[in-house]
Ligand binder design. Structure first.
Ligand SMILES: [Zn+2]
Length: 241
């Protein structure tokens, strides 16, 4: 007993300290700005916690839809759809438009749609303003959902497109109707006219800006398969090329 007593005392003291800390924690109000567990406000200026909060949002469709609902994005939640082929849809939404119009509506995981809103407001539109002094009015995409493997190969791993967790962007149309396409304008760099140079610089800014919000961004610099589009996804890897 004589040997146990100091340990018992220590345990009791620790328990008391723990309880006191708990009470204090309850009293301390962490400002929203510094609370990593606060739901991401997709309309707010991105800060050092945005990436962490976004990754939490991608794992919680209900919270994610709540956050999406606060934005100007027009979307409808869709029911989950199981699949025998590893192409199940879970927590997805159908996006019809945002501040830009799309070449067609698309199905997307809520996380992909959330990343889109951040990308559009904080990378795409600022890049358009910087290079052209006007906004992007329309986005042409090649689709989000396709039950297939990476590069459509017969075997290998499933693409992020198989779960609507990726979008392929082909072109951006400015308010004045100017069209900037990945296929035609990516390489309009040297030797071309000023307008061509500006389009190429804009596309590089869009690609680099997208890397702040999407987990994977692949374009013409990556390989031949991406010569005509930017692939952006919210999968498990991180890559920006
Ligand atoms: Zn893709």
């Amino acid at each position: 007993m004589g040997r146990l007593l100091p340990w018992l005392t220590l345990l009791i003291l620790l328990a008391l300290a723990g309880a006191a800390a708990g009470v204090w924690a309850g009293l301390i109000v962490v400002p929203r700005h510094f609370d990593p567990w606060a739901r991401l406000d997709l309309r707010a200026e991105p800060d050092w916690l945005t990436g962490f909060r976004l990754s939490r949002l991608t794992r919680d469709p209900e919270e994610c839809r709540g956050a999406l609902g606060e934005t100007g994005l027009r979307f409808t939640p869709l029911p989950d759809r199981p699949s025998d082929e590893n192409c199940a849809l879970s927590g997805v939404v159908r996006v019809t438009r945002s501040d830009v119009s799309f070449s067609s509506g698309f199905i997307a995981t809520c996380g992909l749609a959330a990343a889109w809103t951040l990308f559009e407001a904080n990378a795409l539109q600022p890049a358009a303003q910087r290079h052209f002094g006007q906004r992007v009015a329309r986005v042409e995409h090649l689709g989000t959902y396709a039950c297939r493997n990476v590069y459509g190969r017969a075997d290998g791993q499933r693409s992020e497109h198989a779960t609507a967790n990726a979008i392929d962007l082909a072109a951006f149309v400015l308010a004045d109707g100017t069209r900037i396409g990945v296929l035609n304008d990516w390489n309009a760099k040297r030797g071309s006219d000023r307008a061509g140079e500006r389009k190429a610089a804009f596309l590089r800014d869009v690609r680099d800006g997208a890397c702040r919000f999407f987990d994977v961004v692949l374009g013409p610099d990556y390989n031949e398969a991406h010569r005509n589009h930017f692939h952006m996804d919210m999968g498990a890897f991180r890559s920006c090329r």
